[in-house]
Every structure is written in C-alpha cells, then in structure tokens.
Design a protein around this ligand. Structure first.
Ligand code: ARG
Length: 569
C-alpha cells in the first residue's frame, strides 16, 4: 500500500529523463485536502523540460492512466493534484495493517547486511549521567529501526575502561578510600574520591605523578593495580546493568577500550610502513593539515596509546569480526573532530570501507544552563531521574486507578517511557537544557500521552468484548469510515511506513516520536467526535476496526523507539 510509489510509477514513463525513484522524490502531500491527497509540483521540472509548470501539469494530466485508487487528477497553478478514491484508500490501509500486524511498516531492504552500532559507552567509575542516556536511547532506537528494516545489528558498548584516570583513582582510593564504603556506595564513592583527587592535586601537584605512576603499573600488568581496576569495573557494571534493565536495553558486546590494548601494535606497524607516522617531540602522529584538521595523535611520548588509537584498532577488529556494511557511532557532537580525524586515517591507509564508518552526533545536555562536568561533580544521575519518574507515575496511578493490577510494572513502563520519549522528542542534533520539571512533565506532547492514548484504545476494544469480536472485511469497514475524523486517522496510519523509513535514512528517531504524537492527536479527535460502541453494528465494527489499526501502529511505533505499550494505565 504505497500510493506515492504507485503515482510515481504512473508518471515516470511520461517525464523525459526521470525514473520512478526521481519522481517519487518530487511528490508532496498538499497542506489541505482541497488541493488533493498527493501532488506533483512542476516547478523544478520546468527548468529541465523548458516548459511552463502549468503546461507540464496539464500535459501530464492527459497522460495519466486510469487506476481504481485514483479518483481524479487536476492541474492547478503548476501543480498536478491527485485525489484518491477514499474507500479504496481506506480499505487498502486497513488491509495492509491487519495483514501482519506485528510487522506493519517493516521492510527487508537490509536483508543480508550487517550494521554495527556503537552506543551508550559510558565510562567506568563515573556516573551514568543524562548525557549517556542520549547515546543509549538514540542508539537503541536506531538498532530497533534497522532491525525492522531487515538488517542484522550488532550492539556494542565501547566502555571507557582505560586511561590515566584509573591511575588517579587508584592513588585516591589508596590514600583516602575505604573498601566497605566503595562496596556500599559504588560509583558515588568512586566519584567522590576522583573529585577529591583533583582538589588535592591543585594544592599538591606531585599527586599527578603518583596517579600517572599507578597507571603505568596497570599497563605493565602489576597485580595490585590490575585487581583494583577489575574491581572498579565490576562495581560500575553492576550499576550500569541496573539502568540498562530499567531501560530495556541490551548489548551483544561489552568490549571496551581496554579490549584493544593488544590489538594496536599491527596497526602502528602498518602506519609506519605506509610512511604515515611522523614523530613530533617524542610523540607519534598522523598529519592531517591537507584536510584542515589538527594531527591525529597515535602514541604519546611515553609510548602509551590514545583514545584515537583504540578507536582505529576497534574499527579493524569489527570489520574483521562482523564484516559490517556500516558501522555507526552514536556519540555527542563534541567528538566530531575526533571521528573525522580517525575516519580519515583509515581512509588514508587505503581501506575503502572507511566510507562505511558513520558518526551519528547528537546535541549536548546542560543542567539548567550549566554544562555537566564529572570532575566537578555537577551531574544528574540517570538512576535518580528514572526512579523519580517511576515514583511520580506510581502516585498518578494511585490517584486515578487505584484498583489496577500490576501497578509497579505499569509505573515503570510509563515513568521510564516519559524519560526516553522526552530525550527523543526533538532533532537529535539540538542541545538539551535539562530541567527536572520538563523531564517529569507527563502532559502535552510526551511519551505518557502516547502510551495513554494506546491504553485508551485498548480499553475500547476490551469493552467491546476483545479483539476477537471485531471481524469485518477491510473494504467493508472502509465504507463506514468516510467522515473527516476517521479519514484523518487513516491518512496518519498510512504514513507510518514512510516515517519509519525516513527515520532510518536520516538516522533520526524523533521522526517516529513526532509521528506518534500526530497519530495520537488524530485518534483522540476521532474518539471524541465519533462514538464507537453504538447500536448500528456496521458502524460499530468499522470504528472498532479503525481502533484496532491505531493500537497496532501506536504499539509498533512505541516499541521502535524503545518504549513499552501497556494495555492499561
Ligand atoms: N566513553 C566515551 C565518552 O563517554 C564515548 C565512547 C564512544 N565510542 C567510541 N567508539 N569512541 O565520551
């Protein structure tokens, strides 16, 4: 049921030098129904064909073959407007949704292809803050969307588990730390020690050397250093896993930065043999002046590797292990340069797959205007945010629906949903100013609003006696759904596959969240204006069929962006 595609196929043979795909790109949805359902603006064509737009529209109108889906075609002020047959259209949409409800909008364009998604990737011994939430929810949504399009996805958590900061933390722990307190308070206590280290080091700079020395020990395999490092990791992972389980996010691999420690040597050798490495004051780097970028540092003066080097090694490892068609990195835009630099290094090494490495940047989160800083302890912990959202939902349920079963489960689904949805509601590249008030707002264009609309639709079906009782052929249901609110819902439903596809192409989950709000608003208008459980059996069944289609589409869309769709709230 792809009407735009159908029209493009119809038009292409009559437009010189354009195939159906090119025509498809020109088609638009007119802003109001008087101008048709789908329209071809002929202004761009006018330049290519050297004719007036209106003349092109009129000529095409003569040539368009008849089709049951197309009721009427008009050429008006340079536009060729198509009016669809509403019954055919409605019947087609319903049939498509109910044919295989769990798969509405899916495709198999990714069949046989693999995408590696590097996302979340928090740092060990530091709090999982709302900045990492963005990478986690955007990455998770992209994985869901790609999977729905037939791709095999590999989810990788590139943990920040290596670097001099671990030496500093060891030194801080051994000076001021206490085992029980760390066991009890976890990352909070590790963070406190880390912050204290920086405060003390301002007064006593020699501490920095001590920290560095501990990191060197770790690199050389010292037993005590290794034991502490592993302990920090296990404490952090325990907390991260709590959050992932609340969010419903899983990974195929937790191979973090340290995993590549023994995989960099061959790459450095290759860079040397290709004459790409240059020594500068003892450090080794790849010059990128030609590309207007500062050099990519590969090895420090003391021979230790860098974030860059580990990312390059990881890319080679992933290419070899998963043979990806694309590798995407969901990381905030502050790291734009980092990715541009090392992507370039791989390209210069002569690997054509460098073009398949894609950085998906997103905007930064500031806290009521002040940027977040782990060192200064200015962070919003995700766990606190999620817990508060769940509690608030619990209170609302207690007030509105105290007799509901599984209150805890639903409070989690909705509370967490609010947080995820608010993160995905704007274009990913936009900065976010975090405010507690907004994150815990459940009214207006929010996740709970969509979830609540879904639950409302489910309750209508329950009252009618369950999904099994609604049986009506799509063509028949269509006949009774010709009023404006129902038609509006049908048009929204029709758009879902297109939106999912766009979200994939633009790597932009907010296209789906925006869509879910539109569909919810459209459904709520229908719900208020068109009584559903009426006497007239035909109308009742037709409307119930429409409600069923809305349930399928809302639930499908929510799942794609990582929210659950409870049937009762
Ligand atoms: N751990 C890094 C950070 O918190 C993000 C890592 C992103 N992934 C990567 N392959 N560089 O900033």
């Amino acid at each position: 049921m792809n009407v735009k595609g159908l029209i493009a196929d119809h038009l292409a043979p009559h437009i010189e030098g354009m195939d159906a795909k090119a025509v498809l790109g020109l088609l638009e949805y007119p802003p109001n129904p008087e101008m048709g359902d789908i329209s071809l603006p002929c202004f761009k064509l006018s330049k290519i064909l050297r004719k007036a737009p209106q003349q092109i529209a009129e000529q095409l109108k003569q040539n368009v073959a008849e089709h049951p889906m197309i009721r009427k075609v008009e050429a008006v002020s340079g536009y060729l407007n198509f009016y669809l047959d509403p019954v055919q259209f409605a019947g087609g949409v319903i049939a498509e949704i109910l044919r295989d409800p769990g798969r509405y909008g899916s495709q198999n364009v990714g069949q046989g292809k693999t995408i590696v998604v590097d996302f979340s990737s928090p740092n060990i011994a530091k709090p999982f803050h709302i900045g990492h939430l963005r990478s986690t929810v955007i990455g998770n949504a992209l994985v869901n969307i790609f999977t729905y399009m037939g791709y095999r996805c590999v989810r990788i958590n590139h943990l920040g588990d290596w670097g001099t900061q671990f030496g500093k933390l060891m030194s801080a722990y051994l000076r001021w730390g206490n085992k029980d307190k760390v066991e009890q308070d976890g990352i909070d206590e590790l963070l406190r020690l880390y912050v204290k280290f920086h405060e003390e080091a301002e007064k006593h700079p020699e501490l920095e050397d001590e920290g560095r020395a501990w990191f060197v020990k770790l690199e050389q395999g010292d037993e005590e250093a290794k034991r502490l490092w592993e302990w920090f990791i296990s404490i952090s992972l325990k907390e991260f896993e709590k959050i992932y389980s609340l969010l419903g996010v899983t990974f195929d691999s937790y191979a973090g930065e340290s995993f590549y420690n023994d995989k960099m040597e061959p790459i450095i050798e290759e860079l040397k043999s290709k004459n790409m490495l240059e020594q500068d004051e003892g450090a080794w780097l790849v010059r990128l002046d030609e590309f207007n970028m500062p050099p990519a540092l590969i090895l420090k003066k003391d021979g230790s590797s860098l974030y860059h080097t580990r990312d390059i090694a990881a890319a080679f490892y992933r290419k070899k292990t998963y043979n990806f068609d694309k590798a995407i990195y969901v990381v905030d835009y502050a790291q734009n340069l980092h990715f541009q630099q090392w992507f370039k290094v791989i390209e210069l090494m002569g690997y054509e797959w460098a073009k398949d490495l894609i950085h998906v940047p997103f905007g930064r989160v500031s806290l009521e205007g002040v940027s977040l800083s782990t060192r200064k302890g200015n962070v919003v912990k995700l766990e606190d945010l999620l817990t508060q959202a769940i509690e608030k939902t619990r209170e609302i349920i207690e007030e509105k629906n105290p007799s509901m079963e599984n209150k805890d489960e639903v409070a989690r689904q909705v509370g967490v949903g609010a947080v995820i949805f608010s993160d995905l509601s704007g274009n990913r590249i936009k900065d976010i100013v975090f405010s507690w008030e907004e994150a815990l707002n459940f009214d207006g264009e929010t996740g709970p609003y969509v979830q609540y609309t879904h639950a409302r639709a489910c309750s209508v079906i329950r009252k009618a006696g369950g999904a099994g009782t609604v049986r009506m052929r799509p063509e028949e249901a269509a006949q009774h759904l010709m009023d404006p609110p129902s038609l509006h819902v049908l048009k929204q439903l029709y758009l879902f596959p297109e939106k999912v596809y766009q979200a994939m192409e633009k790597l932009e989950p907010s296209i789906i969240s925006r869509y879910l709000i539109d569909l919810s608003q459209s459904f709520n208008r229908f719900y208020h204006e068109c009584p559903i459980l009426v006497e007239d059996e035909a109308i009742r069944n037709a409307r119930l069929t429409l409600v069923q289609c809305v349930i399928v589409t809302l639930a499908g869309g929510l799942r794609l962006i990582g929210l659950e769709a409870p049937e009762q709230i």
